[in-house]
Ligand binder design. Sequence first.
Ligand SMILES: N[C@@H](CCC(=O)N[C@@H](CS)C(=O)NCC(=O)O)C(=O)O
Length: 223
Amino acid sequence: MNDRSVLYVNPEKYCRTVLPAIFVNRYKLENIKLATVNLEDDEFKRLFPYQKVPVIRTDSGKRLTEAMAINYYLLKLSGNEEECKTLLGPQDDPWTQAEIIRWQSFANGDFLNEMNNYAKPLVGLQAFDAKAIVEAKKRVDTMVPIFEDHLSKHRYLVNENITLADLTAATSFSFGFTFVLDKEWRQEHPSIVNWFNEVINGDILRDFYQDFVFVEKKPHIPQ
Ligand SMILES: N[C@@H](CCC(=O)N[C@@H](CS)C(=O)NCC(=O)O)C(=O)O
């Protein structure tokens, strides 16, 4: 697909759009124009009725949704074989490739969806429902130990390098660290915190997260 395309993002607001925006700039993908999304724009709603980002629309009318698919596509489009091998795993190592997909899916899907359901209503980004917040927090709390246990034994999620799994998971955690994963939480989860700091200070994410601010105290859940 050598079509010119538009990639709708807003990295400051939507953490799933951080990586796609970085990849377009990092690999100088000149056929892909970045556009700051307005989810309420009529034309956007007509093209993407689900009203989520990131999404790509090509000049010939094709559409691509889902962050994992878009990140994969942009990396392949880069033609940078070394970086594809590091971030997506070697072609001749399907186990590593599968592990990278596994952690991306878990972090970008199950984990981030519940983190959103927990944190967004607390900071006024979603309708408030105390019971739903408590339930979402419980589900987040069952997933966090999977990361903490793994990262207490491994430097990164899959192998000895930062892969797309780490990049995706770190951008997912950045949302939590901004709003609810406060100082007390961070003291209880040193492995996640060390890993997160290492990944956001790595080559790919450093510029975007250079002024990252962790939440000091999470909001109280009013009953
Ligand atoms: N399954 C989709 C989810 C996309 C998604 O939920 N994106 C969020 C931003 S991180 C969004 O567009 N939120 C807009 C809203 O909920 O109003 C994916 O992985 O790309």
